[in-house]
Design a protein. Structure first.
Length: 314
C-alpha cells in the first residue's frame, strides 16, 4: 500500500482541523507497522481513512491511497463495501461498543460471512465461526452468548475473529489493548503475533504503548501534529532515534530500574490543529529548533536507512 499526499480535514465552527496533513507513506506486504504518537496526532484518522470510515464532517481533501495499484479514495461505494473485511479488516479500540449488544456472537459471524460470500449457507457459516473461535482458544459454545456475557479479553478475541474470518490481507488494529489489563494484554499480543505468522498478515498497529510496538513491530512510523516525523526499522528507532520528537517519546518511558530521580517529559503541549504553528509543527517544543524551522515545513528525507522530517538532517 502506498499513500501519496493524503490530507484529511474536519471543518468545525471555529475553523478546520487538519487531522492528517500531506502524508506520504508506504506499507510493505507481510510486515507489522507500528503507528505511534500522542493523542490527536492523526494515527486513528489515518487508519480510518484507509477504509473510508471517516465520520462527518471528516473528509479526505486530497491525496491517494493505493492498494495493489487501485486508489481507495476514488473507489465507488460498492467496491469499498467489498474491500472492507474481505481485503482490509479493522479491530476497533473498544470491543464492547463495537459489537452489537442485541446480537449473539454467532450472528455477528454469520452476518459477516453471508454479506461477502454469496451462496454460503447459514450452517456452513456457523461451522466456519466455530473453527475460527477454536483457533483463537475460545470454546465454540460462546457463539450462543451475547457480548456483555464475555470478558474484555474474550471480546477482543472475538473482534480479531471477525477481522480474520474472511481472510484479509491487511489488518488495522486501532489501540486494541486499551481496555485490557496487563496480563490479558500480554496474552493478546502473543496471539496477534502468532496469527500474523499463521495467516501471513500485514498489520498496522496503532498504539500509544511503545512496549507493544517493541514486541511486535518490524517498522515504526512516528506521527506528530497530523504529519509523519520518522519512519524506520523498529530496532533502529529504539536504539538511535533521530527526530527530536521520537527522542522525547522514548526518553519519557519510565525506567524500570528506578534509578532516575524523576520522569522525563517534553515541554509544551501538542499543537492546535485548527491553527498549527508555521513551519515545522514541532518547533515550539523542539530543543534544537532553528530559524528555518519556524518559517518552512520540512519534507521527508532519507537518513541512515529511514525517513525523517527534520531540518537537522536537510
Amino acid at each position: 500500500m502506498e499513500i501519496e499526499h493524503l490530507s484529511v480535514h474536519f471543518p468545525i465552527n471555529i475553523g478546520t482541523v487538519r487531522a492528517v496533513d500531506d502524508v506520504n507513506w508506504e506499507l510493505r506486504q507481510g510486515e507489522v507497522m507500528g503507528l505511534v504518537g500522542e493523542s490527536g496526532c492523526g494515527k486513528s484518522t489515518l487508519g480510518f481513512s484507509i477504509l473510508r470510515l471517516l465520520r462527518p464532517p471528516g473528509k479526505i481533501v486530497q491525496g491517494r491511497i493505493l492498494y495493489k495499484g487501485r486508489d481507495i479514495v476514488r473507489m465507488p461505494e460498492r467496491e469499498i463495501l467489498e474491500l472492507r473485511g474481505k481485503r482490509i479488516a479493522m479491530i476497533f479500540q473498544d470491543p464492547l461498543t463495537s459489537l452489537n449488544p442485541l446480537f449473539r456472537i454467532d450472528q455477528h459471524f454469520i452476518e459477516t460471512l453471508l454479506a461477502h460470500e454469496k451462496g454460503l449457507t447459514r450452517k456452513d457459516a456457523y461451522r466456519r465461526a466455530e473453527e475460527m473461535l477454536e483457533s483463537l482458544g475460545i470454546s465454540p459454545e460462546k457463539l450462543t452468548e451475547y457480548p456483555h456475557q464475555l470478558s474484555g479479553g474474550m471480546r477482543q478475541r472475538i473482534m480479531i475473529g471477525l477481522g480474520l474470518i474472511l481472510g484479509p490481507d491487511l489488518l488495522i488494529a486501532d489501540e486494541p489493548t486499551t481496555a485490557l489489563d496487563v496480563i490479558v494484554e500480554a496474552q493478546f499480543l502473543d496471539l496477534l503475533a502468532d496469527l500474523q505468522k499463521r495467516y501471513h498478515l500485514t498489520i498496522i498497529l496503532i498504539t500509544h504503548n511503545l512496549g507493544n510496538v517493541a514486541q511486535l513491530a518490524d517498522r515504526i512510523t512516528v506521527m506528530y501534529g497530523g504529519s509523519i516525523a520518522e519512519v524506520g526499522e523498529a530496532g533502529d528507532i529504539f536504539e538511535n532515534p533521530l527526530h527530536p520528537y521520537t527522542q522525547g517519546l522514548l526518553a519519557s518511558i519510565p525506567n524500570i530500574k528506578l534509578d532516575q530521580p524523576k520522569l522525563k517529559t517534553m515541554p509544551g503541549s501538542p499543537p492546535d490543529l485548527v491553527d498549527p504553528p508555521q513551519g515545522c509543527v514541532f518547533h515550539p517544543r523542539c530543543p534544537h529548533a532553528m530559524e528555518v524551522c519556524r518559517v518552512k515545513k520540512p519534507g521527508l528525507v532519507k537518513k541512515n536507512g529511514r525517513l525523517i522530517s527534520c531540518w537537522l538532517y536537510g
